[in-house]
Design a protein around this ligand. Structure first.
Ligand code: 26A
Length: 360
């Protein structure tokens, strides 16, 4: 081997761990969670499933006031991708992450911003002064959570914001993009701009399936952009919904993962599909491989579980931190499992102020 070849082999053996400023760029709906442990009757009254995420309809108009009147609620900074971005930030060097979405001009937006800043996440919110910041009722029963979202200002995000030179510069400086699947309902044009940039520049694009209703009711948008992704996240319920709406012959999560891994990427780049299954371990499928690997989780004692709200977001955050560092998939999964295990021991999607006890 020539000296150059030896040097190159050595460089490849030590993984690239230098993470540049703003390397991870995330976008979706910034929401303030109004969270409470509730009686099952409340779910029954509003015909809600114990474990689900939906958009509020007219029939949910009184839910928020009823929640505030009848239960001690906690206000927590939420929005699925924003939670993930705060989680990724926890594992990455300072200034590695940027998050975008639309908020109102109100105290709720200030609270979201303060939480992000405290967690080291840079936010570049679009502000719509005419609409209140989005809110999400998080109704907890046992280890389940039912979420009803009134998107408010988050629904008014549009591509004019990302096209402003100072925001587009942030897109250009990033190496990895994370698009929360809930954004499919908001601004497909913005998703298109980011996804095409990622494809054209050979950058990583991660997309989350986010909820069964996204596959069921926003299928055309999802089908347009999932092929451009290099990483797809989901859980078992979302994989099942995908299998059903796409009429896959086998509706198992593994079959859905394999199908998603083999959607043809416009430039033939291979893709990793990661399906979490709670305590059942995490499935990983890769383009061109028949094998779907299962990564076991380290079980958490029931007595240590506070609530699982935000666990999936935390997993994505840990995985994205690994992806941003250029880590191999098994380390990305390990990081995801670690961040999820921390969040499950805390109330809602929040992260400790102390440094993580995880090394890549
Ligand atoms: C459009 N919808 C329904 C949503 C959401 C959402 N984030 C973005 N868009 N519905 C629930 N969430 C967030 O999911 C987190 C838990 O995984 C909640 O804000 C909560 O923090």
């Amino acid at each position: 081997m020539s000296t150059d070849a030896v040097a190159q082999a050595a460089a490849e053996a030590t993984r690239p761990t230098e993470v540049t400023e703003g390397a991870l760029f995330g976008i979706e709906n910034p929401l303030l969670d109004i969270s409470a442990r509730v009686k099952p009757e409340l779910l029954a009254k509003y015909k809600l499933k114990a474990n689900d995420a939906i958009l509020a309809g007219d029939e949910h108009a009184t839910l928020y006031d009823e929640l505030l009147a009848d239960y001690p609620v906690e206000y927590i900074a939420g929005g699925a991708a924003q939670n993930s971005m705060r989680g990724a930030t926890w594992l990455l060097p300072p200034k590695s992450t940027v998050y975008v979405g639309c908020v109102g001009q109100d105290a709720q937006a200030d609270q979201l911003k303060a939480t992000a800043v405290r967690d080291g996440l840079r936010t570049e919110y679009m502000v719509d002064p005419t609409t209140p910041t989005g809110k999400c009722a998080v109704l907890i029963t046992n280890n389940d959570r039912s979420m009803v979202t009134a998107l408010g200002a988050a629904n008014n995000y549009n591509e004019a914001h990302i096209q402003q030179p100072e925001i587009w510069k942030l897109v250009e400086q990033a190496k990895v993009y994370y698009i929360g699947g809930f954004f499919m309902t908001v601004s497909p044009a913005t998703i298109g701009l980011i996804a095409r940039h990622a494809v054209d520049h050979g950058k990583q694009l991660a997309i989350n399936l986010s909820a069964p209703f996204i596959t069921q009711f926003f299928r055309p948008v999802l089908d347009e952009y999932l092929p451009m992704a290099t990483v797809i996240f989901g859980n078992e319920a979302e994989a099942a919904a995908y299998a059903q709406t796409h009429e896959l012959p086998d509706s198992s999560p593994a079959a859905a993962a394999r199908h998603l891994a083999n959607l043809p990427h416009p430039k033939g780049v291979s893709r990793t599909v990661v399906i979490t299954q709670g305590s059942e371990g995490t499935l990983v499928a890769t383009t061109g491989s028949e094998e779907v690997r299962t990564y076991a989780i380290t079980p958490i004692a029931a007595s240590e579980i506070v609530d699982t709200n935000g666990a999936g977001d935390a997993f994505a955050g840990g995985f994205l931190a690994g992806l941003t560092r250029g880590e191999p998939v098994d380390r990305c999964v390990a990081a995801g499992h670690y961040v999820a295990s921390v969040v499950i021991r805390r109330s809602g999607p929040s992260y400790p102020a102390t440094a993580p006890e995880f090394t890549f």
